[in-house]
Write a protein of this length. Sequence first.
Length: 138
Amino acid sequence: MEGNAIKKRQSKLKEKLIEQFKKTPIVQIACEKVGVGRATYYRWRKDNTEFAQLADESLFEGITLMNDMAESKLLSAIKDGNLTGIIFWLKNRHNAYKTRVEISSLGREEVMLTDEQEEVIKKAIGLTKTETKEEEEK
């Protein structure tokens, strides 16, 4: 009988936590608001894949909401002439203002790269191509 009461209470706390994640997508803060310890939350995740999935979905929903709110505030700041907001927008949304890395050599001597260095450069170039493709799709 007592075990049943505990399960009911835990079930209600889990539901409250899932709902709180939609409003506050920060595990520590959401747990504090509901009255659940972080360790308990992570134990519940480990023991219950359905709960973990619901928690992930709620966190994603909450993060999406916060992103929308932040972007709305950024656009308002830009409209108000906030230079920091304008610079941020241009650096992240306009190709002409993106941060670039330039590699040059002061000497004329040819430098041979090791296989490991070549691999790192190829990987870095591949990452930038992926980012560019993702941005173009937006």
